[in-house]
Design a protein around this ligand. Structure first.
Ligand code: ADP
Ligand code: MG
Length: 352
């Protein structure tokens, strides 16, 4: 885990926390309570309750959230296997082999991931594993020894791209099995897994009648309800220009997810040029339309998928796709600092 990004997230969370506390002094019984977990999705997770749960209630509820995140973390992990679970690492290793029996939650997730690939016309596609893995290897090598940092070869990327696509993934719902038919293909759920798990945790909290909660799972923010007094929370959209300390925008949210994909999250540098981690399937190189893209919509899984997908398409195409889906607001930040947003964002902006 990168310390810089952890500090950034901490800062974001603390800011959101204190902003909330400053904006409307809460009565004593609604003192916010918070828990931090470091074990899931290679990032930091925060669970906050603002609705006056007793300490015991909050402990139980945050433990349940933690358990949901833990389960999905293990199921979605493509780098480690666990003795008691067949997860995506096992599925990837087994590519070209026999169908593997998997947890039903994995089947449900893979089906949803397929729908999202169709919805985004392939811009966010978890079957791009073979291509994404090449970028991952180059990023790891660069982090071990920056002087040896190198850019992947386009020929190698194009070859890998031949081993992608949902036709290579067999999902047998009746038998709860999956199989990747091509031994060179693999799944990478980095664009969707965290948001999907966040949404599952949020839906659990909703199902037990919890309200006044905010989950911040590695920057994937999901608000459940409003603050106890009915007002909204404030969340900050980072300025992608890392040299600047301030935030680009502050947004009011309730019953909503706020998810940002940005060039600053994970990258390596070759000859002074930065190569980030969101790959445009049309070029097989990092998408270069924007510095960051923020999605505001209720479902955190959809928000996560769209944050990656719409990062890889023009403003016009992204706007049209969001309109077609409905209930999705967007904020685009360009490399030169210019900000554009959809009409619905106007009323959410915290005016200073
Ligand atoms: P983060 O998880 O860092 O907040 P994203 O949600 O945008 O950011 O996910 C980026 C991750 O998704 C990458 O690290 C990679 O694993 C994967 N990814 C990158 N490009 C694509 C793409 N076009 N389709 C599907 N997954 C992608
Ligand atoms: Mg995403």
């Amino acid at each position: 885990m990168k310390i810089k990004s952890v500090l950034g997230l901490l800062l974001a969370a603390v800011t959101a926390f204190s902003l909330t506390a400053c904006a409307s002094p809460a009565p004593a019984k609604t003192e916010p309570q918070g828990k931090v977990y470091f074990s899931y999705f290679d990032t930091v997770s925060y669970v906050y309750s603002y609705a006056g749960d007793t300490a015991e209630q909050f402990n139980d509820r945050s433990a349940a959230v933690s358990s949901i995140l833990s389960d999905y973390h293990r199921l979605f992990d493509i780098y480690n296997e666990y003795t008691d679970t067949v997860n995506l690492c096992t599925v990837n290793k087994n590519a070209g082999g026999e169908p593997l029996k998997v947890d039903e939650r994995l089947i449900e997730f893979l089906k949803y991931a397929k729908e999202l690939a169709e919805l985004t016309e392939g811009a966010m596609d978890i079957t791009l594993g073979s291509v994404l893995n090449i970028w991952h290897i180059h990023r790891e090598e660069a982090s071990e020894d920056p002087s040896k940092a190198s850019v992947p070869d386009i020929k190698e990327l194009k070859k890998a791209f031949e081993h992608t696509g949902f036709e290579l993934l067999e999902i047998d719902e009746a038998n709860s099995t999956v199989r990747i038919t091509d031994p060179k293909a693999s799944l990478d759920v980095g664009a969707l897994g965290k948001g999907y798990a966040t949404e599952k945790a949020a839906q659990y909290l909703e199902s037990i009648g919890a309200y006044g909660y905010v989950l911040n799972i590695g920057g994937n923010v999901r608000a459940i309800g409003t603050k106890p007094d009915g007002s909204k929370w404030v969340t900050a959209i980072r300025n992608p220009d890392m040299s600047a300390e301030d935030y680009a925008m502050k947004i009011n949210i309730s019953d909503l997810s706020c998810v940002t994909s940005g060039v600053y999250e994970r990258f390596f540098t070759v000859n002074g040029r930065q190569y980030h981690h969101i790959i445009d399937r049309d070029t097989l190189f990092p998408a270069d339309y924007f510095a960051s893209l923020t999605v505001l919509t209720k479902d955190s899984g959809l928000a996560d998928a769209l944050s990656t997908a719409l990062f890889c398409m023009s403003y016009e195409d992204g706007k049209a796709m969001a309109e077609k889906i409905g209930g999705v607001e967007l904020i685009w930040i360009y490399p030169d600092g210019e900000i554009k947003y959809t009409d619905g964002v106007e009323d959410m902006i915290v005016k200073q």
